[in-house]
Design a protein around this ligand. Structure first.
Ligand SMILES: *Cc1c(COP(=O)(O)O)cnc(C)c1O
Length: 424
């Protein structure tokens, strides 16, 4: 879709009428009807079914069943929820588990991958990767005795992932290529199949971070031949603040791959209490400690809604919505000094758009405090507007951009402090 018309309000109404996913809006808690929430890529909205599920988990499962809950379903939750997420990302049953944070899971699979490529010394990533992913890589390099060297390939423009330069950087010395599939700043999305194939041709393994893709951008891990992946459940999956993350290990690698955080939940028989670690068969060996049962229970309802809607339909709406935002940017925001910091080509773009403005931080504060719009600010001067197709409408996008325009035109941001807060 290329947006032609300048009557954006009427267009929004028409697109909302045609929207086959519109009914899903009702499935999410929305107590303040004026609030426009464009941060589903950071913390997804609460599904109504999750509130009910939590009530049951707390009162019945914990309150009444107590320790018996473990044998009544809790112990299997990491695999059960993992398999459901697996359906969203093209994994086979038994390839995904849910545990720990994305950062911790990334550490586990990176060290596992490096051990599968002994003698190879190079790790390749890019400078648009999520900083925590780079910190984890640095920690992994230090913990393997400094045998590895990290090559961070720079993006030419800070927007597009350096796909060609990455392909050149991966060579016969390379143990591992690791990237975010969709980049958190610009929403650039890599061609997973092409890069995985290139890395495999050189004998390297690939770890994908799906945090900004899962639930918004189609991923087919099996078809791409991906080796390992991790991802977040509190963003587009609406799993709740700090919900545990997922981890994928391709079936063919599971027997050899070793979890460096070898805890009892990944042991072959955790309740035999033997003194020597024997890894469980399958992906369960990548568990470490006791599963976060309540948080796991909160993940399933959001995933079920996405599966019901269908990844392809979610994607189609997401593309229409980011195209609509870009058209609004072109006609309404660019004249106010906003720069587009996301790819124009929809095939290479995830589910948010980033725009830059010298006053981005103060504008974000004014939007939140006076305009009931929640965008996202990212250092140094970026605003991100995410669409979560299950609950974001075109009307909201129109309205949010109109309020943004007002903040800038009337210089409403000028009374806000320029210093940033601890959590932005
Ligand atoms: C959100 C996100 C994370 C979050 O990691 P946590 O360990 O949950 O804090 C990691 N990587 C990427 C690419 C992300 O977008």
């Amino acid at each position: 879709m290329r947006v032609q018309t300048e009557d954006f309000r009427a267009l929004a109404r028409q697109l909302d009428e045609e929207d086959e996913l519109a009914r899903f809006e009702q499935e999410f808690v929305r107590d303040d009807s004026e609030l426009i929430y464009l941060l589903g890529n950071s913390l997804g909205r609460l599904p109504r079914a999750t509130a009910q599920r939590m009530e049951r988990a707390v009162r019945e499962e914990w309150g009444e069943r107590l320790i018996r809950g473990w044998n009544e379903g809790w112990i299997g939750l990491p695999q059960q929820v993992g398999n459901r997420i697996g359906e969203l990302v093209g994994a086979r049953p038994g390839e995904v588990i849910v545990a720990d944070s994305t950062s911790a899971n990334l550490y586990k699979v990176i060290v596992a991958a490096l051990r599968l490529r002994p003698g190879r010394t190079k790790i390749v990533s890019d400078d648009l990767n999520f900083p925590s992913d780079l910190y984890i890589l640095q920690g992994a390099v230090a913990s393997t005795g400094g045998q590895h060297r990290l090559e961070i390939v720079p993006s030419a423009d800070g927007i597009h992932g350096p796909a060609e330069a990455l392909a050149e950087a991966v060579d016969e010395e390379t143990a591992l290529l690791t990237l975010s599939h969709t980049l958190f700043k610009s929403a650039y999305t890599y061609d997973m199949g092409a890069l995985t194939r290139l890395a495999h041709e050189k004998g390297a393994l690939v770890v994908w971070d799906l945090s900004h893709s899962v639930g918004a951008v189609p991923v087919d891990l099996a078809r791409a031949g991906a080796d390992f992946a991790v991802g977040c459940t509190y963003k587009y999956l609406s799993g709740g603040p700090g919900a545990p993350a997922f981890l994928y290990v391709r079936e063919g690698l599971q027997a050899e791959a070793r979890n460096p955080l070898s805890g009892w939940m990944g042991q072959e028989e955790p309740f035999a209490f033997g003194l020597d670690y024997q890894p469980a068969p399958g992906v369960r060996r990548f568990l470490t400690g006791t599963p976060a049962v309540l948080s796991l229970a909160a993940i399933e309802p959001g995933v079920a809604l996405l599966l019901e809607a269908g990844v392809e339909r979610v994607r189609a709406k997401s593309v229409r919505q980011t195209e609509y935002l870009i058209a609004l940017w072109e006609h309404r925001l660019a004249p106010l000094g906003f720069e587009l910091r996301s790819p124009r080509e929809s095939a290479r773009r995830g589910s948010h758009i980033a725009v830059g403005h010298p006053e981005a931080w103060r504008i974000a504060q004014a939007l939140k405090a006076e305009m009931k719009v929640i965008p996202d600010f990212r250092q140094p001067d970026n605003l991100r507007f995410a669409v979560a197709p299950l609950y974001t409408s075109f009307g909201e996008l129109y309205e949010a951009m109109a309020r943004l325009q007002k903040v800038v035109e009337q210089k409403m941001y000028e009374k806000y402090p320029a210093e940033t807060t601890a959590v932005t």
